[in-house]
Every structure is written in structure tokens, then in C-alpha cells.
Design a protein around this ligand. Structure first.
Ligand code: GN1
Ligand code: MG
Length: 358
């Protein structure tokens, strides 16, 4: 990307005679994002250059987003909707002169948005928001959505990808990864354990983490953003992503592993917020799947980071050479702590579920 192509995209989406300014924003691992202030329209927008290697079918991604926002717009959905801006020709993707694809969304004024939550109140509200999204999407036929990243939450597939990466990895990287591979291997049967129960598919966000929540000054969620991976999945996928990203007091790339672990107050608040939104809607087998589902999602994320480290960082943006290995070690530490507390985690889910069903 360069200044010229950013210019081209702004012109395509907002017209020729504009006064505008932009700044790079976002900490996403995938796309490149700008906030564009268009003073002649008195509005601000999010402009994004789409990562086409992660999303080889961006038109399918945009199709999914349109299905979802159209569905939510006429239902009782209490948050702002990231409706893609259309170009004069009706499309939502613009191709610049270098072949890159761009899209734009409205900018929602908000007080904060961060990779970390500030405490249990936010864990409650955040989980309530993601639960509300899933529940409000109930009824949208999953056949209307494309599988934009095949096998996205298929643990066996992720394990196979890791196995392939091991066989092709550079010696030095493999040496550094080896202790973590040994620690992760005992958890691989989680995939089979989960596959044994048949669960309904729900429309999940599939990236249910704090940085996709925008907050107002009063601690309420203004909007859930990043609808790129909204796809049908078992509900534990979103619950698991929240556990993964809400309950540890440090970010997913914290290198000091002593600091990584489960804060039970955060977990309890997450579960309570989630059940306040979905209680009475989700079924008993789904409730029983949540805790192991959370373990599975953390395991899967560890596998994905480790795979990318072994493949020399082709997927996630990194800031230093061992960044993906650090991320993987962090997630494996979290997984082990979650597993050690499994009985307590199950009990909290069970109690909260019982209370909401009473
Ligand atoms: C990626 O780019 P970002 O931060 O929204 C990834 C998620 C991972 C997450 C880990 C399409 O999301 O699946 O869980 O990083 N998105 C994709 O933080 O792979
Ligand atoms: Mg994302």
C-alpha cells in the first residue's frame, strides 16, 4: 500500500472533491486499517485494505457481512451495525491500480476499544454483547452464508496443518518450538472428545475478543465490529474465544508466562453476562460443551500460532522474530491453567445456567 492507492480508495468511496485526512489505526493481525475523516461529508469512516491471502474470496466475505447486517437491522439488536459503504456501482469492494481491494465502514464514535478488558463489569457486558449477537442471528439460514475460511474451527484440520508445518520447518525454528510441541500434544484428543456430541450450528462471530468491541464512556458496548468470519459453528466457538481473550490478565503475546492464567472473577462475569443473553435459548448439550469448547479454542489458537511460527510467519503480522512462538507459549500456558481449573469452570457454568433457567 502507498499514499497513491489510499487516495484512489478514498476517491472511489467518497467522491472527487473532498477534504479529508487519515490516520492508520487498529491492531488487527490481518488487514490494514485507516480512519478517514471526510470533512466535506462531516463524517468519519473506517477504510480497510483487505488481506487477500487470508481471505481469497473477499466478495464472499462482503456477501456474508451484508446478509448479517441486513438480518440484524430489522431485529431487536441493540448495537450499531458495521454496514459496508457501497460504491456508485453498487459494489462494496474497490480494486486499486495495484490490484488491492478496499472497503469502507462507518466510523462509530466510542470512548475506548482495547485488547484487554478493564475488569469483571466489562467481561459481563462484552459476553452479553457477543451472546446477544448470536441469539439475534438465530433463524438466519446458515445456507445463506459462505464458508469464507474452510475448516476455520476444525481442530483436526488445525492439527494436520501443524503436522505439515513440522515436516517442512526450518531446523532452528523447529528446535525452539520443540518443548512447546511436547507440551501441546497431550491435548490433541480434545478434538475427538468434542466431536462425539452433536450440537446445533449457530451463527457465530468467530473472533469474539475484546478488540472487536467498542465501548462508550458509560461502560456499554456501542458496537461489535469485524464481521469477517461470521460463519455457522457450534456456540462454544464464541464462548471459547471469549474465555481465551477475556480471562487472562495479560495480552495473548505477553512473554512473561508467570503472568498468564485464569482470573476466576473475570470468568464468572463472562459466564454470567453470556447466560443473561443466551439463557433459555441454548440447549443442555450446548451448555455442557462450553468448558471443553473453551479449552479447544485456546488449544486451536496455540496450534495456529505455532504453525505460523514454523512456517516462518506467513499468516499473522509479527513485530519480532519469535513473536508467534511467544504467542503460542502464552496460549499453551493459558490452556494448562484452564485445564487445571476445569472442575471449577464447569461448576460456574452449571450454576449460572441453572439460575438463568429457574
Ligand atoms: C486474527 O486480525 P484479528 O486480530 O481480528 C484471526 C483470529 C485469531 C486472532 C488472534 C481471520 O484476528 O482468528 O483468533 O487473530 N483472524 C483470522 O488474536 O484468522
Ligand atoms: Mg478478525
Amino acid at each position: 500500500m502507498n499514499e497513491r492507492t489510499l487516495h484512489e480508495a478514498v476517491q472511489a468511496f467518497f467522491g472527487d472533491e473532498l477534504v479529508w485526512s487519515s490516520r492508520r489505526i487498529g491492531e488487527g493481525h490481518i488487514h490494514q486499517t485507516w480512519r478517514v475523516e471526510v470533512s466535506t461529508l462531516h463524517r468519519a469512516f473506517v477504510l480497510q485494505q483487505v488481506n487477500q491471502s487470508v481471505f481469497p474470496h473477499p466478495e464472499a466475505v462482503m456477501g456474508n457481512i451484508l446478509e448479517v447486517v441486513t438480518w440484524l437491522a430489522v431485529r431487536d439488536y441493540p448495537m450499531r451495525l458495521p454496514v459496508p459503504r457501497t460504491l456508485p456501482d453498487g459494489h462494496t469492494l474497490f480494486r486499486d491500480s495495484e490490484g488491492h481491494l478496499w472497503r469502507a465502514f462507518p466510523w462509530f464514535e466510542h470512548d475506548s476499544s482495547a485488547a484487554m478488558l478493564t475488569g469483571p463489569e466489562e467481561a459481563f457486558e462484552g459476553a452479553h454483547a457477543y451472546g446477544t449477537l448470536a441469539r439475534t442471528l438465530d433463524g438466519l439460514p446458515s445456507t445463506r452464508l459462505h464458508e469464507v475460511i474452510p475448516h476455520f474451527h476444525d481442530l483436526s484440520h488445525r492439527i494436520a496443518q501443524l503436522a505439515r508445518a513440522i515436516t517442512e520447518a526450518d531446523e532452528r525454528r523447529l528446535e525452539l518450538a520443540r518443548p512447546w510441541l511436547d507440551r501441546i500434544r497431550p491435548w490433541f484428543d480434545l478434538a475427538e472428545r468434542l466431536a462425539r456430541t452433536t450440537l446445533p450450528t449457530r451463527i457465530c462471530h468467530n473472533d469474539a475478543k475484546p478488540s472487536n468491541l467498542l465501548w462508550d464512556a458509560g461502560g456499554r458496548v456501542v458496537a461489535i465490529i469485524d464481521f469477517d468470519t461470521i460463519m455457522p459453528n457450534p456456540i462454544w466457538c464464541d464462548f471459547g474465544d471469549m474465555v481465551r481473550s477475556f480471562v487472562s490478565p495479560v495480552p495473548e503475546d505477553e512473554p512473561d508466562l508467570q503472568l498468564v492464567g485464569v482470573e476466576m472473577e473475570m470468568y464468572r462475569a463472562l459466564v454470567e453476562g453470556f447466560f443473561e443473553a443466551v439463557g433459555g435459548w441454548i440447549t443442555l448439550p450446548e451448555i455442557q460443551s462450553l468448558t471443553d469448547g473453551a479449552l479447544a479454542i485456546v488449544l486451536e489458537q496455540a496450534i495456529r500460532f505455532l504453525t505460523d511460527y514454523l512456517e516462518a510467519d506467513v499468516y499473522y503480522a509479527i513485530e519480532y522474530e519469535t513473536h508467534n512462538l511467544v504467542r503460542a507459549s502464552n496460549q499453551i500456558t493459558l490452556l494448562e491453567d484452564l485445564a487445571a481449573r476445569r472442575d471449577d469452570l464447569l461448576r460456574i457454568v452449571r450454576r449460572t445456567a441453572a439460575q438463568t433457567l429457574l
